[in-house]
Each structure stands twice: as structure tokens, then as C-alpha cells.
Ligand binder design. Structure first.
Ligand code: SF4
Length: 477
């Protein structure tokens, strides 16, 4: 064992420090957790059992359990069983909880029973950061990511999936029945055994079929035509992988200067398209200003949402997605036609004027329709339309999105800023939460989980910017 660093002999007498305090450095993160929770007014925030009952067994003060959870999320120990184990062997946790070690049931019940209060406690940290002047830039990135729920893909059904599954079971039953007919023609014990096995399988298949038919009825009654059996609030979400996932859509608002998550929301709304206004509102209230610049990706582009966001006083920057079918088949897309606001007309690629013709209502939106004269003699017609003439439609409020796209063109770095701002927090949160992401079921519970993760992320950011000692000082100031 020469030339290696040698450990201490296990039989040698050791003098451990006399107090837990001596084990914890002055700039240990656990001291931030302790200081933060001690400064919160837990009664005001709505925590249960802040004031103990006069009778019965004394319980743990909510501050002990809240500290335990925040420490857990900061150190990737999110499950209550792991926290129970750590509380008995982890010196930092012994210091934090003053050697109290609640059992996992107490820990998990605390998270379940105090969801809204825990979420508010996490929001308080953002308020503290705002008071320290951390959100002065007023530029935010908004983004969403899908987080896995406690629900396997096989336990999530849509109408198409159910129909396919029922079809497969019908085919299986048919196959078993044919085998049964063939077996009935045979004699002997082996044939009898096989026959009874087939009957069992057919009966199991019929039971499964009855379950699926019942599910089909439930599905018809559900508002979004989707059912998840393990976590009823989780939804099948499209992801960059073909398979997709069953989970939740987590939205964040991140400030571009310090990369702090100023607001977040967990939803089971599948598309980001309906969430720009809601997230902007949350960002405005977290930052304390209306005139924030909001950067979001193409998934958020929606005329109504952009209009509503501007009505809130914010300035959105959202690129337009390319969804033109004409472009896909090699014909001119809408952006090859230039709008002429002076006389409310378009100019087509052949230089022809396309005057306004009439207004129609499509999906609740007033759409103005334009077309030129002379498409039938145009040399570009094959690249333009298969109809009599090319029509262009314009939403009546399209001036708003046009102005926004012009603003976006004038700020070419906007999308790079957005990417650099919002994508890192999601990567970090997902790696901290592990492969399974959420551990609890139902929307209110996963919201609590995400709040704790976001608080842990923000605490880490603040420590890296200010240092733990300084952060403790400002928390206690
Ligand atoms: S087909 Fe009609 S709309 Fe298209 S380029 Fe020719 S004139 Fe313009």
C-alpha cells in the first residue's frame, strides 16, 4: 500500500467534534435553508399545525418538515423514504432538524396536506430576490417542457388507442376460439388440458374487453377525450421523440440577466399555444412591472394570445411558425405576398394587386379575403394555385402580429437570448428530478413538487451569485 493516501485505522480512538454545529461550515447551503425557513411566517402562509393542539401527541413543527423537504430537493433526495433514511445518518440533516427524524409517512403527509402553503413559501423566495433588485432587466424568456407523470404510456388511452386495443383483443379471442374448435375434435387428457387453458384465456380476454368497453364510455364523457388510469390528471404529450410521454406541461418564466425562474406553472394543457398570456401575467406579477419584454418560441405563436399579452402591457417577441401547405408542395406561401396597408390590399409575386373582397368568419375569427384579377393568364400560376385564382386570407387584427414580427426582425438576437435563458433551467430541473420526474400523482401534488424543485434551483442560483454567507445575511436582514 505504498504511494497511496492511507485512511485511518478503524480501531484508533477518535475525538469527534462535540457539537453538530462544528460539522457545518459557515457557508454550507444547509444554513441558507435554515435561515430562509426561520424567516417565514408559516402561520400566515397557511401551514397546518403551526400552533399545537392542547391535547394529544405532540407533532413536528411544520418548519422542521419544510426544512427537510427543501434540503431534499436541493440535494436530489425527493422521496419521503429516502429523506427518512437520510435524517438518521446525514450530519447536515441532523444539524438542520436538530436530530429530529420523522418517519416517511409524516414527511409525505406534510407535503400532501400543505401543498398550497409550500407553494407560497417557495414563491416568497422570488419576492425576496425581487426586493434585492435581481429582476431589473425586465426581459424574460418563457418556455415549456414535458415532465413524466407516474403513469405508464400503456395506462393512458385515447379513442384511437382504445379502438386499436379492442381490435387486437377481438382478433386474439377469434384465434383462441379457432384453436378451441380444433382441440374439441381431439381426444385424450392433453386435449382436455389444452381446452381448459384456452377457455381460461378466452374468459380473461373477455373480461379485459369489458374493461376496455367501459373505458370507451368514460372516454366519451371526458372533456378532452383522454383517460389516464394511474394519474387521472396526466395527459399524453407530444415530445421531440416519436413515442411522446404521459405527463405534465411545465411552464417557466426566466429572467434573462440572472437566469432565475421568476414564475412557473404546471398544467396538463398539451399545447403551449394557449399559455403565453397566462405566463406573461405570472411574470409581470413576479417582477412587479407590466412593461416586460417576453421572448417565446414558435410554439406560442397565436394571434389572440399575442394581442392579449400586449393588452396586459407586455412586449412579446414570438416568431411565426411555417405552417403553409402551399410551401410544402412547392407553391408560393403567404409570406411571398406583400401586404399594402395604404389601401388594404396585397401584392402577389407577379406584381398584381390583390384587392380586399369580403370578410368571413373562420374558427371564430374575422378573416379578410383578397384575390387579384388575371390569375388565369399569369405565367406563375402553376407555382401559385390550382384554383381559379389565388386567395389570401388575413386576420382582422393581423397588424398586431405584423408589428411584432417587425420588432423581432429588428432584434435578431432575441431567439438566441431566449434559448440561452430558458433551456438551461429545464435541463437542470430534469436532471435533478431523475428519470421518473414526478413522484406524486394528481395536479395539486405535482404542483407542490415542482415548486420545491424551482425553489431549490433558485436558491442554488442565488448562492452561486452571492455566496451562502451573504445570502443568509440578506435573508435575516
Ligand atoms: S397566379 Fe394570380 S396571384 Fe399568383 S402570381 Fe399569378 S397573378 Fe399573382
Amino acid at each position: 500500500m505504498k504511494r497511496f493516501i492511507i485512511g485511518q485505522d478503524r480501531n484508533q480512538s477518535t475525538l469527534f467534534p462535540e457539537s453538530l454545529e462544528a460539522y457545518i461550515d459557515e457557508d454550507n447551503t444547509v444554513r441558507v435553508v435554515d435561515a430562509y425557513v426561520d424567516e417565514l411566517d408559516l402561520f400566515e402562509l397557511g401551514f397546518e399545525r403551526v400552533n399545537p393542539k392542547a391535547t394529544g401527541r405532540p407533532g413536528y413543527h411544520p418548519s422542521v418538515l419544510l426544512k427537510l423537504y427543501i434540503y431534499g430537493y436541493l440535494n436530489r433526495i425527493q422521496s419521503s423514504r429516502c429523506l427518512e433514511r437520510e435524517a438518521n445518518r446525514n450530519v447536515e440533516l441532523m444539524w438542520l432538524t436538530e436530530k429530529l427524524a420523522p418517519d416517511f409517512k409524516t414527511i409525505t403527509d406534510f407535503r400532501k396536506d400543505n401543498g398550497p402553503a409550500i407553494q407560497t413559501a417557495c414563491t416568497q423566495f422570488v419576492i425576496l430576490c425581487r426586493e434585492l433588485g435581481f429582476f431589473a432587466s425586465t426581459m424574460v424568456g418563457i418556455d415549456g417542457a414535458k415532465f413524466k407523470a407516474v403513469n405508464a404510456r400503456e395506462k393512458n388511452y385515447t379513442r384511437g388507442k382504445l379502438t386499436r386495443r379492442i381490435g387486437q383483443i377481438e382478433q386474439s379471442i377469434e384465434r383462441y376460439l379457432q384453436s378451441l374448435d380444433a382441440t374439441d375434435l381431439q381426444d385424450g387428457d392433453a386435449a382436455d388440458i389444452k381446452s381448459s387453458q384456452l377457455k381460461e384465456r378466452i374468459s380473461a380476454m373477455r373480461e379485459k374487453m369489458a374493461e376496455l368497453v367501459q373505458l370507451k364510455d368514460d372516454l366519451t364523457a371526458s372533456h378532452d377525450k383522454q383517460i389516464s388510469l394511474t394519474d387521472p390528471d396526466a395527459r399524453a404529450m407530444a415530445t421531440s421523440t416519436k413515442a411522446g410521454m404521459v405527463g405534465y406541461n411545465v411552464q417557466t418564466v426566466v429572467d434573462t440577466e440572472h437566469h432565475m425562474i421568476v414564475a412557473h406553472e404546471v398544467t396538463n394543457i398539451v399545447s403551449d399555444k394557449l399559455l403565453l398570456t397566462r405566463m406573461t401575467q405570472l411574470g409581470q406579477s413576479a417582477i412587479g412591472r407590466k412593461d416586460i419584454k417576453v421572448f417565446a418560441d414558435r410554439g406560442y405563436f397565436s394571434g389572440d394570445e399575442i394581442m392579449a399579452t400586449e393588452a396586459l402591457g407586455a412586449i412579446p417577441y414570438v416568431p411565426k411558425p411555417y405552417t403553409s401547405n402551399a410551401r410544402k408542395v412547392g407553391r408560393f406561401g403567404k409570406h411571398d405576398f406583400i401586404y399594402q396597408p395604404e389601401d388594404n390590399s396585397y401584392q402577389c409575386p407577379a406584381g398584381q394587386k390583390m384587392p380586399y373582397r369580403f370578410t368571413s368568419v373562420e374558427k371564430g375569427k374575422d378573416m379578410q379575403v383578397y384575390w387579384p384579377n388575371g390569375c388565369d393568364v399569369c405565367s406563375l400560376k402553376a407555382k401559385c394555385t390550382t384554383g381559379k385564382h389565388r386567395r389570401i386570407k388575413r386576420w382582422i387584427n393581423e397588424d398586431i402580429t405584423d408589428a411584432m414580427l417587425k420588432r423581432l426582425n429588428a432584434l435578431p438576437e432575441a431567439m438566441a437570448i431566449r434559448r440561452a435563458t430558458v433551456e438551461h433551467p429545464f435541463g437542470t430541473l430534469k436532471s435533478w428530478m431523475g428519470v421518473t420526474h414526478f413522484l406524486t400523482r394528481r395536479l395539486p401534488n405535482v404542483k407542490t413538487e415542482m415548486s420545491l424543485s424551482v425553489l431549490a434551483y433558485n436558491i442554488r442560483r442565488m448562492i452561486s451569485m452571492m455566496g451562502a454567507k451573504e445570502l443568509i445575511r440578506v435573508i435575516q436582514a
